[in-house]
Design a protein around this ligand. Sequence first.
Ligand code: SF4
Length: 371
Amino acid sequence: MAGPRPAISEIPHPALAAWLTARGEPAFRAGQILAGAHRPTSASFDDLSDLPMSLRGALADAFEFSTIADTHVISGDRGLTAKAVHELADGQRIESVLMRYPARGRSSERTTICISSQAGCAVNCPFCATGQAGFGRQLTPGEIVDQVLHWHRPPWSALGDGSTGHYNIVFMGMGEPLNNADRVFAAVRLLNDPERLGIGARHITVSTSGVVPGMDRMIDELPQVNLAISLHATTDALRDELVPINRKWPVREVVAAGRRFAARTGRRVSLEYVMIDGVNDTDEQALGLAAHALGWLSHVNLIPLNPTPGSRWSGTPAAGIARFGALLRDRGIGVTVRDTRGRDIDAACGQLHAQLAGRSLRELRAVEVPA
Ligand code: SF4
């Protein structure tokens, strides 16, 4: 029995050229096809109007235009945030989020797309809805890229033709990217490819819960990609509970790997720290975090917790985050506080997926698409 059709988003140029040649078509059409499939106006092979009709039909028979079978989108933040639950061919569901940041004093608008690297996650962080749902499977490079293409293509066309504004891709959706490193690295190369989306490596961030071997691979294989480490606690006792992978790679080793990345690549590493009221927001943790962050090219990003339904935890109030941040700044640490995008649409990782479990995406009312 024939296997699944390859995704156009991950087919290598030479393989596409060989397929064309075998059909008696000129190999140069491979570039035309890849350019057309990555155009913000293309919603299917039918839209590749510079190709003969018969070739468009043959492409549709041979390749998947998208590995995403179905999507349900909800918008929030007055249209600035949109969250998608995507259903894949085998019924696995993943999430991606589009966040727009209007120019407001900057020269241009910014767009960030948050994507998933796995269906579910095995790391099992207790504050995370994805972690609670368990692990499904690894995503393929095509399934990773197709999340970006979902927002790039009609009806969203959110990235435009790349000539206006800046956009960033962050691997901060479902899954631990460095537990799927081969496919994530392949997806980053596809996103980089100037024949495809041509997204600069410096506009891509891989966020890890602390998979040390994967961080070391990034030094050699993706040295221009940004690294973010989800630290969330500064002592092994607390981090063993909040980020259970800490039992394998403890805080000291994770921070050391971050330092190696910064030293070897010259790129600033972001230490992500979700603020949980009365749990990891004590002065002791702040001082511990300052000690870990001091003296190397790092930056702390404080994230107000977006609690999952039924969670025993709540987010640190704004005053507590300000006090925690001040303790860090007083010690010379660069600190930002992430804005709380998507609270009205359950945009924290895995929440919308959990909410829609058991419901058919096809039957859900389609969301309005902003003009
Ligand atoms: S926070 Fe990230 S690493 Fe932890 S369970 Fe959720 S998806 Fe996995």
